[in-house]
Design a protein around this ligand. Structure first.
Ligand code: ADP
Length: 253
């Protein structure tokens, strides 16, 4: 049985009169990829930002790797990796310089070239952020979460807007990061992605968790109710056609 690395208990968040998060509880296990799914406005970002210590909560208890969010937020900051706002990517600096800058902010020394290599961006070390393709930008953003060698990383819709090849490439990267022992919390609107990547998912709707389990179990539960897809499922889908025609190789230069 894996150890609980994040524990959220009865988390509530009010924005003025509006209750965005309505007393949710869940645990994330060490080494898993945990997905937070839900329609826009469900409360996913609010929940993540509270755990990331970036936003105040209204009520509830949270512990991250045994650290209490109320009493040890700075200790929590040291062991988590958060995607930095792109506005912090100073336009005049190249990728190596940006990593060195962020490492300095974390009070760490990092082998910037090695880190870029780990996200397959060693060829772009001397390029500016704005010169990267969409997939490369996302890979760089993920690299910035790894600078402080965190135990847990938070990825907010990391594959939104990417082409199928770049998405698959990012899945491999996320699986690789998990393989190194890092716990991953991810939000996505792509259900195929959640099914492939996530060990467990929580579905949030209107500030409440309405389901939490492995993708397999959630699908089995639905099938057990007698649910059937209205259309006979073909042995391939349009994405398979696209990948088959254009190949798996990344297209970005
Ligand atoms: P999600 O990430 O699931 O799309 P959010 O956590 O961003 O959802 O938002 C949940 C709800 O809280 C939404 O109705 C949103 O409009 C509201 N909300 C988010 N941030 C603020 C804020 N700073 N002030 C007021 N309302 C907010």
């Amino acid at each position: 049985m894996s150890k609980v690395i994040i524990s959220v208990n009865n988390l509530v968040k009010h924005y003025g009169q509006f209750e965005a998060v309505k007393g949710i509880s869940f645990d994330v296990l060490e080494g898993e990829i945990f997905g937070l799914l839900g329609p826009n406005g469900a409360g996913k970002s609010t929940t993540l930002e509270i755990i990331e210590t970036l936003r105040d909560k209204t009520a509830g208890q949270i512990t991250v790797d045994g650290l209490d969010l109320d009493r040890q937020p700075n200790e929590i900051k040291k062991i988590i990796g958060v995607q930095l706002q792109t506005s912090g990517f100073y336009p005049g600096l190249n990728l190596m310089e940006l990593i060195d800058l962020f490492a300095g902010l974390y009070n760490r020394t990092v082998d910037a070239r090695e880190l870029l290599k780990s996200v397959n961006l060693e060829d772009k070390a001397k390029n500016k952020y704005k010169e990267l393709s969409g997939g490369q930008k996302q890979r760089f953003s993920i690299a910035t979460t790894l600078i402080n060698q965190p135990r847990i990383i938070f990825l907010d819709e990391p594959t939104t807007g990417l082409d199928p090849q770049a998405r698959r490439n990012l899945w491999d990267l996320i699986l690789h990061i998990r393989q190194q022992g890092t716990t991953v919390i991810i939000t996505t609107h792509y259900m195929d992605e959640a099914e492939i990547l996530c060990d467990r998912i929580a579905i949030i709707d209107s500030g409440k968790i309405i389901a939490l389990d492995t993708p397999d179990k959630l699908i089995d539960d639905l099938v057990a109710t007698g649910f059937e897809r209205p259309k006979e499922v073909k042995k391939a889908n349009l994405e398979d056609v696209f990948i088959n025609l254009t190949g798996h190789k990344l297209r970005e230069g």
